[in-house]
Structure formats: C-alpha cells, structure tokens
Design a protein around this ligand. Structure first.
Ligand SMILES: Nc1ncnc2c1ncn2[C@@H]1O[C@H](COP(=O)(O)OP(=O)(O)O)[C@@H](O)[C@H]1O
Ligand SMILES: [Mg+2]
Length: 309
C-alpha cells in the first residue's frame, strides 16, 4: 500500500480535483484505492455524489469526525477507520465490475479538531511535548497500517494549512505531490512548503530519538513532484511562455514536474457528470474536452508508473 499526500497550503490550487481524478483513474486501472478528505471544506465527496446525497446519507455518521472526535476527548481506543469508508459505486455507473474505490469523507466541524489536537500536544516539558506531539500526529498512520492489505493506494486530500491534520497526513505518507499554479507566488509557495515539510520531518526525528527510537517508526517521505494545475495554453499544447518559465524554475530546484493539467472550466469547473470525475468521462462533442481527458489519463498513468503500483 502506497500512501500519498496531496498537499499545498495554498487553497484553490486543485488539490481536491487532482485527488478525485487520480483516485478515480487508479481505481479504473484496477488498483484498490482509498481517498481520505482531511479538509473541513469536505469537497472531495462532491466529485462522486451530490451534496444532498452526502448530507442525507453520510454527514452525520460516516465522516472522519467520528474518528478524530473521540481521540480529542482522550479516548484510548480509536474507532475503526475502515468502518467510515463509503464505497463509491463508480463501477456500476461505468458498467465495470469489481472497481474498488473508497472514500472517507470530511466534515465542516473538522475545523475544530485541529484546535483540539493542538490542545493535546501542548506540555510543560520537552519530553512530554515530544510524547504528545508524536502520539497526536500518528493517529492516522496507526489506523492506516491496519488497512495495508486492503488497498494499493491511499490518497490524502489535505487542507490548505500546516496544522496537525496535515502533520498526520505527512506522518502517514510515503510520498507527497503538490498541485500548483504556475505563477510567481505559487512557485515561492512550493519552495516554502518543501522547507516546512523538511523542518517538520527533522522535528519528528528529533522527538523520536528523544523518546527512544523504538517507540515510533521513522517517517520516510519522498517528494514525488509537482502537478502544474490550471495551466494556460498558448496555441496547440504548450503552456504560455511565462508559465513554462515557472515550470523550469521548479525543475531547476530539483522538483519532478508531472504532466500539466490545463485550465478549462468547462471540464473541471462543472458539476461532475453522474458522480464520475472528469478523467473517466467521454465528452462526445467537444474535442478540446476529449483531449484534456486523455491528458488526465496520461497523468494518471505517469503517476501509477512512477509509484510502481
Ligand atoms: N484545470 C482546471 N481548470 C479549471 N478549473 C479548475 C481546474 N482544476 C480545478 N478547477 C476548479 O478550481 C477550483 C478549486 O479547485 P479545488 O480542486 O477545489 O482546489 P483545492 O482543493 O486546492 O482548494 C474548483 O472550483 C475546481 O473545479
Ligand atoms: Mg480541496
């Protein structure tokens, strides 16, 4: 099982769109996939169902809130994460047998969880701080480990910050990918994010050594690359020159650059067709849309190929 965080502490850069499309594509390609929405905005579900369906069937009982809320109240036993998985019926919609795509949805009240988790961490001594911090940031990892034979790929759709839920994602992950727009501030943001993640991993390791190395496992997190999102195209298939320049800057800084996803609100901005993300749709009359869908599929192949699953 490979766990991949989709992360960027900028909002509106396409994290959720990328998670939904990569998840859907990987499931279509035969991988057993679980997507977990850590963002209180809870938008990931809406790539697969209507807000009404989510509200009526899942909002009260089947969200990540049911997992984290007892922990913030000091419960020792965590709720079984697999009991919160919503099996998505994409296979039925596409007339395909045996697709395995699960979703653990978020909840608007997850916004309080981050604050409550922060309360659990604070402590008067360094050693207590280390113990609380590693315990609190390992909640997700511990539970995901129990599901390792059930899934080939887990995608974690992160909120746009670097608080404790994101740290939980980082600790649980083997890889992270960064969807990013190609402009000056986004490029700076990508560099800052990498530094932030590296600094956090150093702190984790420091705390781990302080507590005795046997208690927590090390985190091996690979920077997997950047997916340029909402890219503006000149003529044909090339990004406009300013955006090509930012891709080059990121590449020169050592980042792997995945195939870009172009800016097209008629494909990516519309409500999902019948609960199936764009990557698996077949737009009949719109040639550009068809081409974009093919590009998304190629991105999916590139992603799975590099992951080696
Ligand atoms: N390639 C794209 N072209 C046009 N609009 C896009 C594209 N990708 C995403 N969007 C739209 O941009 C908005 C933000 O995307 P989203 O995936 O929710 O970002 P995030 O999860 O980072 O906040 C959404 O309305 C989404 O539909
Ligand atoms: Mg999002």
């Amino acid at each position: 099982m490979k766990v991949v965080s989709v992360i960027n502490y900028k909002g509106g850069v396409g994290k959720t769109t990328l998670t939904a499309n990569l998840g859907a594509y990987a499931a279509f390609a035969g991988r057993r996939v679980l997507m977990i929405d850590l963002d209180p905005q809870s938008h990931l579900a809406f790539s697969f169902m209507t807000p009404e369906e989510w509200r009526d069937k899942y909002a009260d009982t089947k969200t990540l809130l049911s997992y984290f809320e007892p922990l913030t109240r000091g419960a020792d036993e965590a709720v079984d994460l697999s009991s919160l998985v919503i099996p998505l019926n994409m296979g039925d919609l596409l007339n395909l047998q045996g697709l395995k795509l699960g979703l653990i949805s978020s909840h608007l009240n997850m916004i309080d969880i981050d604050m409550q988790l922060a309360g659990l961490v604070s402590a008067p001594t360094q050693i207590m701080l280390a113990a609380n911090s590693l315990k609190t940031c390992s909640y997700l990892r511990n539970q995901l480990d129990k599901m390792k034979d059930e899934y080939d790929l887990v995608l974690l759709d992160c909120p746009p910050n670097f608080y404790l839920l994101v740290k939980n994602a980082v600790v649980a992950s083997n890889y992270y990918i960064v969807p990013a727009k190609l402009d000056y501030l986004s490029t700076l943001g990508v560099m800052e994010l990498q530094k932030k993640i590296e600094a956090y991993l150093r702190q984790y390791e420091e705390y781990r050594v302080l507590l005795g190395e046997g208690r927590y496992r090390p985190v091996f997190l690979t920077a997997f690359g950047i997916v340029p999102m909402m890219v503006n195209i000149h003529k044909g298939d090339e990004p406009i020159s300013a955006e090509r320049e930012y891709m080059k800057v990121m590449k020169d800084n050592g980042h792997y650059i995945f195939h870009f996803v172009r800016n097209n609100s008629s494909v990516f901005g519309a409500a999902p067709f019948d609960g199936v993300p764009a990557v698996l749709t077949r737009p009949r009359f719109n040639l550009t849309a068809r081409r974009i869908v093919r590009e998304m599929q190629e991105l999916g192949e590139e992603f799975l190929g590099r992951l080696g699953i």
